[in-house]
Design a protein around this ligand. Structure first.
Ligand code: PCA
Length: 329
């Protein structure tokens, strides 16, 4: 016998399932992706293309808004924001977090990988270790993209490493801060978003970075020299909150992973294509862009050896294993 309660339940169930069926087509999931660097930097442009690819591949189901220039979270806060779910995705220089785990700083071990092809090898050798560490923090790594080789900006000729003593040095991670300390400079940590102001106000008069960040910061308005030291090639990581990712349907997850692989390839290419262009722009603005003299290079090498020893000590057997694997590649 069918009683009224059963009928009501059936109608309700039908109503609910009809709604559930209709909902996915209409629903749009909106995610935020705080990013650390300016909107017209290749990193941010690549992220916008990534978001576009995901939106297209999911038929608009997942809309990712990129917030460049550290506008939503400051650079050092982006990873934590993703970890805690305040943002679903994020992008930042991974070596900013070397203090949490030495493996995050492997790409800023001086003179270990200074060309794009070596940087790619080092990435391949270290990726599993970085992924594992992020995973333990509730974060899934999506892709990594390099900057250009790091050189030194200054306001005077640097003939020997001693010429750097006393300079007001801007650092952006453990390696750059330690370098400042080793070379007898006054080191202050300033992220890229605040660098233009720090330069304009004279808070700093030297720093290590790529041609890209010098260009983004209009460095020629305050400094005069760029020494192409090629100390290392640091990378930005783009990642997603693991729980948020796991809650997506398989098709959406696949769309993200596919777009991530495309973004990684595109990002590496963008930087390889643009690294020389940035240095040309600095020259065109009147800066002296040059390789370090043999003596200056030897000074950096010596400081680099100390930094490498520091890093290996912190990274222990796991770090050594990654370095060994890289050297065999
Ligand atoms: N630019 C970023 C990190 C490395 C780089 O080339 C910066 O200077 O903050």
């Amino acid at each position: 016998m069918i009683n009224r309660r059963t009928v009501t339940a059936a109608v309700l169930a039908f109503g609910v399932s009809a709604l559930a069926f209709a909902a996915p087509a209409a629903a749009q999931t909106k995610w935020n992706l705080p990013a650390a660097y300016p909107a017209d930097n290749p990193h941010s442009e690549n992220l916008s293309l990534f978001a576009k690819d995901v939106e297209a591949a999911t038929g608009g189901k997942l809309a990712i808004t990129v917030h460049p220039g550290a506008s939503l979270f400051k650079a050092p806060e982006i990873k934590r924001a993703v970890q805690s779910g305040q943002a679903q995705m994020g992008e930042v220089l991974i070596s900013i977090h070397e203090n949490e785990d030495a493996v995050f700083g492997i790409d800023t071990v001086p003179f270990l990988a200074t060309s794009f092809s070596d940087a790619m090898k080092l990435y391949k050798a270290s990726k599993a270790a970085v992924e594992k560490k992020l995973d333990a923090q509730g974060i899934k790594l999506l892709f990594m993209v390099p900057w250009a080789p790091q050189g030194v900006y200054a306001k005077k000729d640097l003939n020997t490493i001693d010429d750097m003593k006393g300079m007001k040095w801007r650092s952006y991670n453990v390696g750059t801060a330690r370098l400042g300390e080793l070379l007898g400079m006054q080191s202050v940590t300033i992220q890229a978003a605040e660098l233009p102001q720090a330069l304009a106000t004279g808070v700093v008069n030297s720093f290590m970075s790529s041609g890209g960040t010098g260009y983004d910061s209009k460095v020629w308005e305050s400094l005069t020299h760029f020494y192409d030291v090629q100390a290392w090639i640091p990378k930005d990581a783009t990642f997603v909150n693991k729980a948020a990712f796991n809650a997506l349907d398989k098709a959406t997850q696949d769309a993200i992973l596919k777009a991530a692989a495309t973004a990684e390839e595109r990002g590496w290419k963008m930087w390889q294509d643009k690294a020389g262009w940035y240095l040309d722009q600095l020259k065109a603005k009147g800066m002296k862009v040059q390789p370090p003299s043999a003596e200056l290079a030897a000074g950096f090498k010596k400081a680099g050896d100390t930094l490498t020893a520091d890093w290996l000590k912190k990274a222990g057997a796991d770090g050594q294993a990654v370095v060994d694997a890289y050297k065999k590649m």
